[in-house]
Design a binder for this molecule. Structure first.
Ligand SMILES: Nc1ncnc2c1ncn2[C@@H]1O[C@H](COP(=O)(O)OP(=O)(O)OP(=O)(O)O)[C@@H](O)[C@H]1O
Length: 329
């Protein structure tokens, strides 16, 4: 039975409330929250119990090897796939259930970005502006100019890298609170790569937009990310602040007066913060978590004379590689 006018208004109001009511006030909420999130395709589990939070205003990198589950995570955030279990919130809204509200606040460049080959950039801008509630054409033009993209050329004349730049410009047109990018620099030459990264950092993030990007590139995480999550085989193998990771682990090179006996090597391997021990004659190389000075003092008090020691931070790239291999904390 059709609803009366008053009922329709009440019904619409209920839908609107359901669609836009956020569990928190926006300023209090994280940009993205995954809590015990799992995903599968046709019964095959591909993401297992993944939890992380993307703070508002940050740049967050999701790093993983081929097939690790990055695109599946992004498809879930964009509402293309429901989570199999767990909870996924974007800007305080639940994905799937409140997707319209999310879509109005999120810009994205991913496999789902459909670009119309026969249209010029200018025509695409007009079309996109009609599909969005708000549109900042001067801003889009500014980004098009930064990438030196010709407004009146048809998309079919563009390279893959140029297309992804157009997609990025269009994703920024409605001034999203959150930008979700699946491998934003795939197919870009080194110069274009540099322009995209510096634009994302210096222009987009600087405006307060949260950026969540999936990548296979260690250098991209090093250059851009405030936080990183690493996926290995669908599980989280690392999740931390990038600055913490730069100092989190140390290589300690110990030089003993004489080759240390097996008993000393076993002692070193048994120390709680020691992750790896390699011996070569009188020299021993440790990889350890945390600060090294207390450990060195402990070893200096042992019966085996230490001639020398040297401490250097494990490079961030090495920490990330370890996590990519699934050996992270
Ligand atoms: N449509 C699909 N049907 C079945 N399995 C899929 C589908 N899409 C992805 N998968 C599987 O899910 C797992 C995760 O894939 P996903 O595309 O999320 O990984 P990814 O980290 O983005 O990889 P890449 O870096 O290679 O793009 C892989 O094992 C993949 O084979």
């Amino acid at each position: 039975m059709p609803m009366a006018e008053g009922e329709v208004m009440k019904h619409n109001e209920t839908i609107r409330q359901k669609d836009t009511a956020r569990p928190w006030e926006p300023e209090e909420s994280a940009a993205i929250e995954l809590v015990h999130f799992s995903a599968s395709y046709g019964g095959r589990s591909v993401l297992h119990d993944v939890s992380f939070t993307v703070p508002r205003g940050s740049i967050f990198g999701l790093l993983g090897t081929n097939g690790a589950g990055k695109t599946t995570t992004i498809k879930t955030l964009l509402g293309f796939r429901p989570p199999q279990s767990g909870m996924v919130r974007v800007l305080g809204y639940e994905v799937g259930r409140q997707q319209q509200a999310i879509n109005a606040l999120v810009g994205s460049v991913s496999e789902q970005s459909s670009l119309y080959d026969g249209l010029t950039v200018a025509q695409l801008c007009r079309l996109s502006s009609q599909l969005q509630r708000r549109w900042n054409q001067p801003l889009v033009q500014r980004f098009l100019d930064l990438f030196a993209l010709p407004a009146h050329a048809r998309l079919k004349t563009f390279s893959r890298g140029m297309r992804s730049q157009v997609a990025l410009c269009l994703a920024l047109g409605h001034e999203p609170e959150l930008l979700i990018l699946d491998e934003p620099t795939a197919g870009l030459d080194p110069l274009a790569h540099q322009v995209v990264l510096s634009t994302l950092i210096g222009e987009v993030a600087a405006r307060g937009t949260t950026i969540f990007f999936a990548t296979q590139q260690l250098a991209e995480v090093e250059a851009m990310a405030d936080q990183v999550a690493v996926l290995h085989g669908g599980r989280l193998s690392l999740y931390d602040e990038v600055d913490q990771l730069r100092t989190r682990e140390q290589f300690v090179r110990l030089v003993y007066a004489q080759q240390p006996p097996a008993e000393e090597m076993a002692y070193l391997r048994g120390l709680p913060d020691v992750l790896r021990v390699e011996q070569e004659g009188r020299a021993v190389r440790l990889r350890m978590a945390g600060e090294a000075q207390a450990l060195v003092a402990l070893l200096q008090a042992r019966p085996y004379a230490l001639r020398d020691h040297e401490v250097v931070a494990v490079p961030l790239a090495e920490v990330l590689l370890t996590a990519l291999r699934g050996e992270g904390a």
